[in-house]
Design a protein around this ligand. Structure first.
Ligand SMILES: *[C@@H]1O[C@H](CO)[C@@H](O)[C@H](O)[C@H]1NC(C)=O
Ligand SMILES: *[C@@H]1O[C@H](CO)[C@@H](O)[C@H](O)[C@H]1NC(C)=O
Ligand SMILES: *[C@@H]1O[C@H](CO)[C@@H](O)[C@H](O)[C@H]1NC(C)=O
Length: 354
């Protein structure tokens, strides 16, 4: 009695609301793409930052003229409130007078995802938020955010000499004085690294490397990035100023790394862009290891182990400092937000003692 097209149409109309209702649960979340205006905006910032450090012939560098001490720029990359701000506050402003020589030898810059309504913790973090854009896991937006932080810090203060990228889940494992002395201690004793060095993990033997390489499609990384130049490493690093400038000035690799991922499960652009770029441009200037201890044992879904309050103890802090390199780990990740109280309880007695 009804003809078939009519029944089909009716069925379609009936299922439409169901599709609309369930689509967000079935379909993967929409990927954040980098728009042309955003790209141009970033480019303008990078150009300004690169120009700011060009030394014109005959001019005296401000650093030499004032004889001021170099600083560490701390770059906080976050999409939530800064859970451990009270610990960092104590790190930057120790009460003990013997640390007074190290006052103000740092700058802080925060890139907070604008959609996540991050509140300023005040104190040393007040007014340190930089113009930020949306970030998303498994997309090149995390590379852009880190580059924005580097460029802003390069531009802001000529004295910024080291650039340490950290997240809201990171904590310091030592006092500021210890961190400063570690980074700036003379390296004449080291024959391999006589000059200042960037600390970034650079690995080439990881089993997942090929899947990561082809995550944007086969052969798309060529010719700029052949597979044997493709690297993986830690998302969080400490770079020297000249390497920050290499990152800010790069257009060639960025053109490839900004391509959207087709295989989102194998896509962590920020773990590849920085180690690949720096190992191509200055292989002898990077340590190949990181100063941020991350526990990948039993990782789930690409997330490292997240420490809970029950695991926090003086023993844990001491264990996290131990590394195979000649440097102690300076930072640790990742800690769940409720670790704040037990950690605060041992700042003076453990974390900042040494
Ligand atoms: C690393 O994480 C595993 C659980 O995934 C845990 O058993 C181990 O104790 C952690 N390592 C350290 C140094 O805490
Ligand atoms: C140091 O290296 C050895 C051998 O490669 C490894 O078994 C050990 O887990 C490493 N320790 C740390 C703290 O990374
Ligand atoms: C604080 O440290 C003391 C001494 O180490 C310990 O007895 C106490 O349980 C700790 N409190 C918290 C909240 O961790």
């Amino acid at each position: 009695m009804f003809n078939t097209p009519f029944v089909l149409l009716f069925a379609l109309l009936l299922t439409l609301p169901l599709v609309i209702l369930f689509a967000p649960r079935i379909l993967p979340p929409r990927r954040v793409t980098i728009s042309l205006p955003d790209e141009l905006d970033d480019l303008a910032l990078f150009r300004r930052a690169a120009r700011s450090t060009v030394h014109r012939p005959g001019s005296i560098s401000r650093l030499g003229a004032t004889n001021a001490k170099p600083k560490i720029a701390f770059l906080f990359l976050t999409n939530t409130d800064l859970h451990f701000a009270p610990i960092w506050e104590k790190f930057f402003n120790p009460k003990k007078s013997k640390h007074r020589n190290f006052n103000n030898l740092y700058n802080i810059y925060i890139h907070a995802d604008p959609d996540s309504d991050v509140k300023s913790p005040g104190g040393v973090f007040e007014n340190r938020f930089i113009p930020a854009k949306k970030t998303q896991r498994s997309s090149p937006t995390l590379i852009s955010a880190a580059r924005r932080l580097l460029a802003t810090a390069v531009l802001d203060d000529q004295l910024n000499a080291y650039f340490a990228l950290v997240s809201q889940h990171c904590i310091p494992l030592h006092s500021f004085r210890y961190v400063y002395n570690t980074l700036f201690r003379p390296r004449i004793e080291s024959t391999r690294f006589p000059a200042p060095l960037s600390f970034i993990e650079v690995l080439s033997e990881e089993p997942q490397l090929w899947d990561r390489y082809i995550a944007r499609g086969k052969n798309v990384m060529l010719p700029e990035i052949p597979f044997d130049k493709f690297r993986i490493g830690s998302q969080f690093f400490v770079l020297i100023r000249s390497h920050s400038l290499i990152v800010i000035n790069d257009r060639k690799l960025w053109r490839k790394f900004r391509l959207p991922c087709l295989n989102v499960d194998s896509c962590y652009p920020e773990e590849h862009y920085f180690p690949t770029l720096l190992s191509m441009e200055d292989p002898n200037g990077v340590s190949d290891y990181t100063l941020t201890n991350v526990n990948w044992t039993g990782s789930v879904n690409g997330h490292p182990h997240k420490y809970t309050p029950a695991e926090v103890s003086p023993e844990l802090i001491r264990r996290l400092r131990v590394s195979n390199s000649s440097f102690s780990y300076l930072f640790g990740r990742k800690f769940s937000p409720d670790c704040l109280l037990p950690l605060m309880n041992m700042t003076e007695s453990v974390i900042f003692r040494g």
